[in-house]
Design a protein around this ligand. Sequence first.
Ligand SMILES: [Zn+2]
Length: 158
Amino acid sequence: MSQEHNMRRVTAIRNGTVIDHVPAGHAMRVLEMLGIDQTSSVPVSMVMNVPSKKMGTKDIIKVEDRELNQDELNRLALVAPDAHVAIIRAYSVAEKMTIDLGEEVKNVVRCTFSNCITTNPREPLPHRLKVLSTEPLELRCHYCGRPQDLEALVRNLI
Ligand SMILES: [Zn+2]
């Protein structure tokens, strides 16, 4: 099945953002990370478990009338480090944004270990998580060295 065909599974949008190559089953968590829910009033469409040559299956998300910024891309990287992001204007791709997790995630999320020094309000330290691997994603706190609970990270967004 071609790429083009897959993209057409979801209605074309006039303006907004298309997030492709989201790991299958992670679309909801991506929306959570981006803070998009029923209160945000932008139309969102998604397809789950689309066949993908590269990934087996994947999810695709389209968010209308909203262009992701760099901060949001950094959050997205924590759920879908290999996602392809396209900004759509007037029904065509105006910009392609790449996700680069880099070696460290700084000031995006807080360490998920409750006794970490970064949870002490009297120690205002930058929040630093080291990226050990992206497939699968493995993060470790710069300060306490604890591996991070990816499920819990979404609740620790800064
Ligand atoms: Zn920590």
